[in-house]
Design a binder for this molecule. Sequence first.
Ligand code: C2E
Ligand code: MG
Ligand code: MG
Length: 531
Amino acid sequence: MIALGIAIAAVILFVGTGGTLMPQIVRAWFGGGDAPNLLLTNAVLLNIALLIFGWRRYKDLHTEVEVRRVAEKRARELAERDPLTGCLNRRSGPPAMERLRSMLEGTHREIAVMMIDLDNFKQINDLNGHQMGDRVLTTVARRIRDALPEDGLLARIGGDEFACAVPFDYNAREEVDDIVTAIIRSVSAPIESNQMTVEATISIGVAQSGGNFAVQPEADADALIHRADIAMYHAKKRGRNRYYWFEPQMEDELRFRNELEAGIRRGIPAGEFVPYYEQQIDLETGKLSGFEMLARWKSPRYGVVSPEIFIPIAEEIDLIGELSEQLIRQALEDAKDWDPSLTLSVNISPVQLRDPWFAQKLLHLLVESGFPPARLEIEITESCLHENIGAVRSIVSSLKNQGIRISLDDFGTGYSSLSQLRSLPFDRLKIDRSFVSELTGEGEGKALVEAIVSLGKGLALPVTAEGIENSDVLGQLKGMGELKGQGYLYGKPEDADATRNRLAALGMLTQAQHVASEGGSVAAIEQRKAG
Ligand code: C2E
Ligand code: MG
Ligand code: MG
């Protein structure tokens, strides 16, 4: 401003002095007058210098201001945009959505906020590298943006989480359904990079700001994002490539789930998780052949909790490995003095098979307890076959090399193909109880069980039937061949003490235990063991 002032003042001065001096110079030039006034000439020269200086300074400052303005704009963009995908980011997304929402207030339109989460992003990153991970994120962002209307907003809220806001007519919620469906369809198309192809699936939760379908009072963008997040979580629980609109009871479910999660975190170090044992019987002879260890949570708050409730949560919060290790350690300890003819089966989650150290950890537990590997069987479900099969195979091979046996649990429920079934060296098939329980019914249960039994024969795999609840079912199974079986007909799973009592009654505890229960000294037991 000052530089500009100086330049302007210099111009005025120049006009004033130059106006008098110039005619004198012109006249002197053509020889028609006196030499120009020296003082005035110096003043004009000084004035010109001032003019040039002022102008230069003004130009420099102007350039400087321009550079700063561009830098500030860039900094703002960096602060507001996600550098990888170019979307709005966690900071700028919600306020932009709030502006859009309040702009629509009082009109017949409102906004729907969607939370979109990639289901399998960690796996994509782990298996294909971060470059592929970045490629997936940019492609997914582009595909979502393409499916949004012109006035829609897209923000990347977390690593693999996007939030969108779209205006829609509150009488036409199906407009949003169409957009969501289009997003799911386009995102799940294969993504290629460097001759690799991956498929990303997403879960979406949607919440609307007000209008006719409002389930709760008008909410601001932050509240909408929160609700959409809850609905997204709900969608995730129910499988991939799904979407749900937010409903208030979802919030209660989530609160309960968070309480369970906190309970599990506390319960593991507190030793609240204990092994129960279910008998496994040779159906031909009726003799006990071993036990399947089934986890129970003895929660001070909820009582005895089923593994169907806490295992999926432990998997999700990445505590399944720790929990399972603790249970197996306890089970190996419990099983130490069982009769040596008895086997111990333990269930292993697909999540555990992603741990490259899993085999080592299990072998370490066996060494620690002195339990013979040949008496241990691990049960894995068909979903393991959809994991990174190479990694699973290498874990399974090292376990088998140590003599541990592998069963395919819940067979028939996971849609595995025959080639997948042969991709791992299983030692046993376990027919899921849903088929076994249908054996006596009208349905196709019998044909299915027969088919699985003959598949087992064809592949030279022994078969166990789960969920035998009555003698009719048992009778039918006995007619199908040499099977093992388990189920409530033989008794429900029991804790370690009840199992020990059962074994003691059957005379199936080792000598050491008999001596111990009769009050034999620890030294004597140790001596016998050493012998
Ligand atoms: P699973 O491995 O298929 O275990 C058999 C389930 O069927 C057990 O349920 C058992 O109590 C139940 N069951 C057995 N016989 C009968 C019967 O005659 N009728 C009926 N209705 N049910 C019967 P549970 O103990 O609730 O375990 C459920 C599932 O939780 C198990 O299915 C297994 O997949 C999983 N699980 C249990 N313990 C663990 C564990 O330590 N780690 C992992 N990863 N999963 C576990
Ligand atoms: Mg099992
Ligand atoms: Mg099973």
